[in-house]
Write a protein that binds this ligand. Sequence first.
Ligand code: PMP
Length: 314
Amino acid sequence: AKSSADGDFSGGKITPYGPISLDPAAGILNYGQGVLEGVKAYRTEDSRILLFRPEENASRMRLGAERLCMPAPSVEQFLDAVKQTVTANRHWVPPPGKGSLYIRPLLIGTGPGLAPRPSTEVTFMVYANPVGNFHEASAPMSLIIQDKFHRATPGGTGGIKSITNYSPVYKPTTEAKAAGFSDVLFLDAATGKYIEEASSCNVFIVKENVISTPPTDDVILPGITRRSIMKIARWLGIQVEERPITVEEAMSADEVFCTGTAVGVSPVGSVTYQGKRSEYITGEDTVTNLLRSSLVGIQTGILPDRELWNFVLE
Ligand code: PMP
């Protein structure tokens, strides 16, 4: 659906997946004016389809749009578009335990403007594709901390899901992968002492059964999985801290894990910094695994959904 400054997104429709046409002077093409989201749909044993907290994605998209001077769909319009997309693709939602349907909402500036000024004409679209089960398919993550590149700066766009946050991490993550690591763990740009997050997931450390994660402020994406894990941990009687975490603390943690819609809750097997490698406990008998199975249980309809996080599509 297209909208101008008035934010009227009515008139959207389902179309077959394929190329779209854009004005060469569009805000997204010239100045990266756009925000994205990621939502997963899971099929339950009784063949319902569950979407995990999609209204949180809608609110986050609205905050990002505000930062990038764009009108945004209302929470209801966002949910309706996501629901229609999943319904149209319901046969692509994998069976229980075999993955999920990954849904990608995009809000981009499609109006012209050759000076770097915001386009008030925007397009909201949603596409979807089935994905496998990341956690079961892979080994624990190995992260590298480097000093050369940062993903966010105070006052910048690190705290929103701006499209411009992702291509700058291509180079550090490509270099990390070439060196055998699975992702980069970024440090804060101001002091270079504190861990922030990986390229597309939040990070937690576990030390003596306390879980800690850095405060998001305007530099770390406020992950929906992150927030959910903090809540689940409190239900389970696990102490949760939100505070700056130094590199040294991360290196001496008992466990480290990452959270995100794509990765779920993924154990980290090692973190390497300046040639020094720390290894962490992984496997069945870990805090990480307890939190992971609790979250997956809710998302797939196996465990009670006490906060009504799931949006149910019959
Ligand atoms: N940080 C970044 C940079 C991300 O791209 C993502 C994925 N959206 C996350 C963290 C995790 O957020 P969520 O749990 O909402 O998927």
